[in-house]
Design a protein around this ligand. Structure first.
Ligand SMILES: Cc1cc2nc3c(=O)[nH]c(=O)nc-3n(C[C@H](O)[C@H](O)[C@H](O)COP(=O)(O)OP(=O)(O)OC[C@H]3O[C@@H](n4cnc5c(N)ncnc54)[C@H](O)[C@@H]3O)c2cc1C
Length: 411
């Protein structure tokens, strides 16, 4: 094992901060660089779910045939800005390749292994932050509008069961007994008891950042533009020296990896939500509207209706009509929903085409470690990723086979 050293982490989202925490535990001195450490980010406004059942790649078999219908529907889950299409094509080509039966099986195995220790790692973090009561281990309810939609998901649920994930099929009437606020319009439902949600993802990230500051982590409000020798170069003209660098800059990480010489396929899969402070309905668990691809999570700050996948790049302005569309859709399922005071939000999911994060060393430099690309699972996988990166940094054998997550797959 190597000796503790000075480690710079780029990114103060849930991934970067979890990495910083794990490195600190190993005795390293840690500096975090973020253009706005306490500013808005995907890690704040996400749906708050610990999706430990989510082992299937987004490019599920058969998905391609549903894309035209989704794109044509103004309330649909997918949108694409035409100007972004040329940039997206290489990512899209790789995305479609990830939907074959063989790839789905391989990816599901890799994600199942990575997700297995999530609760151990998350509970350890929440205990340290005195936030254990913010974790609600009450499962999730998936509702299906049609029998056909339920049957379409059957192979995915079968794959989950093969990996030991509990998926219980229940009737629509039982679903309404669990969540009486639901309109009587679902055909089928399933319950995934291992799913859980938190009271407010932002509260976890804020408290973690404050605790790290109190424990001596330097948090520099700088924008990294590249790497020269053993220093991060910033837009402000500073050079921040490191022994080891961890890139945990969410959807922006590809830009930094390219300056190191590692090609990466990563896109911003822009997601939207609306948080309703006085929703007028009560849900006791996260509800997943499986065919419409959106969720409703009962957070401490209100009911968060979230979803959508918009491919428009990192710099286009948000289209908050997508948040409004989610509320319109949710009112079909939750007729008493009160949308007044809705807070609209957009965030950048760091999406790789194979739905696997990048966790591991650069191909070009032994002193650069990557921790990004967590897509829909960044909150879920934050503390686990932190622990694995600390293992890499100090030369300890990681508890999970990290080869499926190597950046080399994009070479
Ligand atoms: C609508 C929506 C719903 C979601 N729901 C869930 C959910 O229920 N469960 C779940 O597990 N996940 C969910 N996610 C995904 C999750 O939010 C992300 O995977 C996760 O937040 C990514 O964390 P991160 O730390 O990698 O990135 P971020 O939170 O985006 O943080 C990256 C940080 O890097 C900084 N940065 C970037 N570039 C630079 C640079 N050059 N120099 C300095 N700083 C830089 C940014 O300022 C930012 O602070 C959801 C996402 C969205 C959008």
């Amino acid at each position: 094992m190597s000796a503790p050293s000075h480690i710079v982490v780029i990114g103060a989202g849930i991934i970067g901060l979890s990495v910083a925490r794990a490195l600190l535990r190993d005795g390293h001195s840690v500096t975090v660089i973020d253009r706005d450490p306490a500013g808005d980010k995907a890690s704040f406004g996400n749906a708050g779910g610990l999706g430990v059942t989510e082992i299937l790649p987004a490019a599920a078999p058969g998905l391609i045939w549903r894309i035209p219908k989704w794109l044509a529907d103004p309330l649909g889950p997918l949108s694409l800005r035409p100007a972004h299409l040329p940039h997206l094509l290489p990512w899209l080509a790789r995305f479609l390749r990830s939907g074959t039966a063989a790839e789905t099986t391989r990816i599901a195995g890799a994600l199942a292994a990575l997700l297995a220790p999530v609760y151990d790692d998350m509970l350890s973090l929440l205990e340290e932050l005195s936030l254990t009561t913010d974790l609600h281990r009450v499962g999730a309810l998936w509702v299906y509008d049609t029998e056909a939609g339920f049957q379409r998901d059957a192979p995915a649920h079968a794959m989950r069961r093969r990996h030991g994930i509990e998926v219980e099929t229940i009737s629509a009437a039982e679903a309404r007994r669990l969540e009486p606020a639901l309109a009587p319009m679902s055909a089928r439902a399933v319950v995934t008891p291992q799913w859980s949600h938190v009271s407010d993802p932002k509260r976890i990230v804020d408290r973690l950042r404050e605790q790290l500051l109190a424990r001596g982590v330097a948090m520099l409000p700088l924008e990294a533009t590249g790497i020269e020798g053993r220093a991060v170069v910033t837009a402000q003209g500073d050079r921040v020296a490191f022994d080891t660098l961890v890139v945990a800059a969410g959807a922006w990480s590809g830009r930094i990896a390219r300056t190191v010489g590692d090609p990466v396929l990563i896109e911003s899969e822009r997601g939207y939500n609306a948080t309703l402070p006085s929703p007028g309905v009560t849900l006791s668990r996260e509800v997943i509207f499986a065919e419409r691809q959106f969720v409703a999570t009962p957070l401490a700050i209100g009911l968060r209706i979230g979803g959508a996948a918009e491919f428009a790049g990192l710099d286009a302005k948000p289209n908050f009509r997508r948040s409004d569309a989610l509320v319109t859709l949710a009112r079909r399922y939750l007729p008493d929903l009160d949308p007044r005071g809705a807070v609209r939000w957009m965030g950048h999911r760091p999406a790789t085409p194979d739905s696997l994060p990048v966790i591991g060393r650069s191909r070009r430099r032994g002193d650069v470690v990557y921790a990004f690309g967590h897509g829909h699972l960044g909150l879920t996988l934050g503390p686990t990723t932190g622990r694995l990166v600390a293992d890499i940094a100090i030369g300890r054998a990681p508890s999970v086979d990290l080869s499926p997550f190597s950046v080399a797959r994009f070479a």
